[in-house]
Design a protein around this ligand. Structure first.
Ligand code: 4AD
Ligand code: MG
Length: 477
């Protein structure tokens, strides 16, 4: 007999004769009531065991974590909280679980403990919900761009370019590390390496993405990216997923419009599809808030916060305006910031970004026109000669969620910039070709997928929204 997913059973329009469900036992009460979960929904189905006619031996094996198969009628439930339950006629233990040793006990565990058990944490309500929402969000990403006729491009994960400028890179090599071949100058001879040159894991698909945008018009990438920065924070991963659209003939304003519309679409998509999971996470957060002092509690519940982002335009503010606000703000004057803002040109730290979003504007903010010298080489220089057409989108509780720009389409200006920064023109010959042959205004951005999932789920540590996080000193599982 084919089994039916718990979600479909709970959503049934009527009672059913003889159904089969398979899943894992969450709890077993009074030798009679099994809460069964199969991952299709956050909700368990109650399975009522006929304990008088079930062998003592079998009852003992219905333990938290065990895999079981139950067959019986789907009947209206007499208990509160559920419409239907299964009146079990036949119960089979598929896989025993040693209840005493099973780490996912039916009680609240710390997130730290759950991270150490990342292979089992997905069996909890919270992580089941997070991972289902993550899956729906990634579908939403494709849905948005495909609907608009963007072409999905898979840019390489192994890159020969050292100069993308988005962060420290992980080298990859097949050379024997304890016996490296040397060239005549005594340096490592990468000609003998697998690709005949020095290679890294990519930090971004943008540069390759631009070449495709200059042919296909509108493209997006969605793939893993790698950064070897030693940033042990709740917002950084060494391996994370990024979505990078790139659009020919878009200027920075078009780029902002696209980013805002895209983010609102995917959040709405998740709200429409993941109601139960979001409601659960909202409740979990409210519980957590109760243990915090009043001043630290957030002003909005999760769904209210998501709705707020859908209903309000993102505030667009130039870097120069932002610096004025920050220079005069109380935490700056009282030296409460770790990095004091003194003058125009300062790089913004996450404490400043969060002040702007959470305290000053109290809504998502798009900062644009940053000083050229704190941004990447490929951003378009403004007429003032000192700022570039960059944009960062800042979100409450997250800080930077998107980084993007209008690209420098003028060959001469780009080459000059690369020279000034010591970026090898020969290495990026192919990138410069886009400016040699049919160059045009174009723009794009990168959205950190895990930061989006953080925002939508209301979680606070990025390690909790990816299956198996990679961070400094940690690559378990
Ligand atoms: O601002 P970034 O470095 O921009 C780029 O890589 C550009 N090439 C994007 C483009 O224009 N196509 O990174 C983009 C986003 C950040 O805003 C952030 O959300 C996320 O990627 N991000 C990280 N997420 C998790 N862990 C990290 N270490 C991250 N670094 C960046
Ligand atoms: Mg950035």
């Amino acid at each position: 007999m084919k089994h039916t997913r718990v979600k479909d059973l709970l959503n049934s329009n009527n009672t059913l004769h003889e159904v089969n469900a398979k899943g894992w036992v969450r709890t077993f009460r009074n030798n009679q009531f099994i809460a069964l979960n199969d991952g299709s929904t956050i909700n368990n189905i109650q399975c009522v065991v006929d304990f008088e006619n079930t062998a003592e031996e079998t009852l003992k094996r219905i333990t938290t974590g065990a895999a079981i198969s139950v067959t019986g009628n789907l009947v209206e439930s007499k208990g509160a909280g559920q419409k239907y339950e299964i009146q079990v006629k036949k119960l089979e233990i598929l896989g025993d679980s040693d209840a005493e040793k099973f780490p996912m006990q039916p009680k609240k565990h710390s997130l730290e403990f759950l991270r150490e058990n990342a292979h089992l944490r997905v069996r909890t309500n919270a992580f089941g919900a997070i991972m289902r929402i993550r899956s729906v969000l990634s579908f939403a990403v494709h849905s948005y761009f495909q609907q608009k006729g963007f072409v999905y491009v898979n840019t390489p994960i192994i890159t020969g370019a050292d100069a993308e400028g988005a962060g420290e890179m992980f080298q990859i090599t097949s050379l024997p590390l304890n016996n490296l071949p040397k060239n005549e100058e005594g340096n490592i001879d990468y000609k003998k390496d697998f690709f005949g040159k020095h290679t890294n894991l990519t930090v971004s698909g943008q540069l390759e993405g631009e070449t495709f945008a200059m042919a296909l018009g509108q493209i997006y990438t969605f793939g893993p990216t790698f950064r070897a920065e030693n940033s042990n924070t709740s917002r950084h991963l060494a391996e994370f997923w990024m979505i990078e659209p790139e659009v020919a003939f878009n200027n920075l304003d078009d780029n902002m419009d696209l980013a805002e519309d895209f983010i609102q679409y995917v959040i709405k998509f998740a709200m429409d599809k993941c109601g139960d999971d979001l409601k659960f996470l909202e409740g979990r957060l409210l519980d957590e808030e109760k243990s915090k002092p009043q001043a630290e509690r957030s002003e909005m519940a999760l769904l209210e916060k998501l709705n707020f982002v859908l209903e309000n335009n993102f505030k667009r503010v130039s870097y120069t305006e932002a610096i004025d606000i920050l220079r005069d703000c109380t935490p700056n004057k009282k030296k409460k910031f770790q990095y004091i803002i003194n003058e125009w040109g300062a790089d913004l730290q996450s404490e400043h970004e969060r002040y702007l979003v959470e305290k000053h504007f109290k809504c998502p903010v798009i900062l644009f026109d940053y000083p050229a010298n704190i941004k990447a080489f490929y951003m378009r220089l403004n007429e003032d000669g000192k700022t570039v057409r960059a944009m960062d989108i800042l979100f409450p509780g997250i800080g930077e969620i998107v980084g993007g720009s209008q690209r420098e389409e003028r060959f001469d200006v780009l080459v000059e910039k690369m020279k000034a920064l010591g970026i090898d023109e020969e290495e990026l010959w192919w990138y410069l070709d886009t400016r040699r042959f049919g160059s045009a205004v174009h723009s794009g951005f990168g959205l950190g997928f895990e930061r989006l999932v953080l925002f939508v789920t209301g979680m606070t540590n990025i390690r909790d929204v990816i299956a198996f996080p990679r961070t400094p000193q940690n690559a378990d599982f």
